[in-house]
Design a protein around this ligand. Structure first.
Ligand SMILES: NC(=O)c1ccc[n+]([C@@H]2O[C@H](COP(=O)([O-])OP(=O)(O)OC[C@H]3O[C@@H](n4cnc5c(N)ncnc54)[C@H](OP(=O)(O)O)[C@@H]3O)[C@@H](O)[C@H]2O)c1
Length: 329
């Protein structure tokens, strides 16, 4: 079976399409014939995290497809069922942090960017009925991360103002749609005027340039909750814009991991800083029910053919996307 793999060279140069052994299912596993899969920033990172001298690794955490066969002890799924894959494993119930053993699909074990994927039957969920295959394939990782960040950790309510710096992000386009679904006020930032316009069309109430002086541009706004994923480039601006007693939820460091903060200013402001990472299977199911209830669909920028993997990875690396990109098998 064809798969997008990493081996041989560090970074994107180590990417190729390779013929890999089709997995066999046993016991509690299901075999999914993949229709689509979404590309995440993590897949870019895996091309440097995976040892290039090790065996070829199939990349990818996201995907959607049809069950092709089931192991002998599977009772909840049958051949022909349409499913999305859980991008994580080992985290069943909503909890403060994932238990020991939680892993993101696609490193160290093989991921989803192939024609067939064998997974534990607990690691698939029914495909939301209102989504196309393209939308379903790019859903799980970003939509789950946004759901936990906004609701489980951020506890957003309709009376809150939420701020989303770097709205081109796949995860944050979900956060924007969730926040508007519950009736919250939404402020977004981007380095791109075009993306700010796109965000306004999705319901953003206020849109400002990421490089602007936020305190100047957002005079009179009370930011209750800010979802931070850019990292070093914006982290201090983010802490500086929330109201006293407000909350920053962080899950990403696209620019850099290390930041210096003024803790005196932080404790006088009585701020809250919360980390989050993806989410549990319970939250994945909650998220699916939530998007069905509110008819929320992923913002699909574009889909690529598997053979165009280089273009797709470069498109995401260069942050040309507004929302999600992915592959059609
Ligand atoms: N911990 C987790 O579970 C988890 C889950 C998902 C993602 N993540 C991480 O969270 C981050 C966002 O993920 P994503 O998939 O949504 O990313 P993405 O689609 O690649 O979007 C990243 C956005 O960050 C902004 N950005 C990038 N470089 C910037 C810079 N130098 N200055 C200012 N803004 C910049 C851009 O927004 P504009 O183009 O609008 O300016 C870009 O669209 C990534 O670092 C990812 O690895 C973590």
């Amino acid at each position: 079976m064809r798969a997008i793999v990493h081996e041989g060279k560090n970074g994107l140069e180590g990417l190729s399409i390779k013929d890999m052994k089709k997995p066999e299912v046993r016991g509690n596993q299901v075999l999914v014939r993949m229709k689509t899969f979404g590309l995440n920033r993590r897949d870019l990172a895996v091309t440097t995290l995976h040892d290039s001298d090790a065996e070829a690794l199939i990349l990818g955490s996201d995907g959607a497809g049809v069950i092709e066969s089931v192991g002998e002890s599977v009772s909840q799924w049958k051949v022909g069922d349409e499913v999305v894959l859980n991008p994580g494993s080992g985290w069943k119930h909503k909890s403060e942090a994932p238990p020991e053993g939680f892993e993101i699909v696609g490193l160290p074990d093989h991921g989803t960017f192939s024609e067939f994927v064998a997974v534990d039957s607990e690691h698939v969920e029914r495909k939301p009925t209102h989504l196309t295959w393209e939308e379903a394939g790019v859903l799980s990782l970003a939509a789950l991360t946004a759901y936990r960040a906004v609701f489980t950790r951020g506890k957003l309510t309709k009376d809150d103002t939420i701020m989303l710096p770097g709205i081109g992000s796949g995860v944050l386009t979900f956060a924007l749609k969730y926040a508007k679904a519950v009736g919250a006020r939404v402020i977004v930032t981007s380095r791109s005027e075009e993306k700010l316009e796109q965000a306004k069309q999705l319901g953003a109430d206020v849109a400002v340039q990421t490089e602007a002086d936020w305190n100047e541009e957002l005079k009179g706004e009370d930011v209750d909750l800010l979802i931070e994923s850019i990292g070093a480039a914006t982290f201090n601006k983010s802490l500086d814009i929330i109201r006293k007693g407000g909350t920053v939820v962080t899950f990403g460091a696209t620019t850099d991991d290390e930041v210096k903060i003024n803790i005196r200013k932080f404790f006088y402001g009585q701020y809250n800083l919360l980390g989050t990472t993806m989410g549990s299977a319970e939250e994945l199911r909650e998220m699916i029910s939530f998007i069905e209830e509110h008819n929320i669909k992923p913002e699909v920028d574009q889909m690529f053919a598997m053979d165009d993997y280089q273009q797709a990875f470069e498109y995401l690396r260069d942050t040309k996307n507004f929302g999600k990109i992915g592959f059609t098998v």
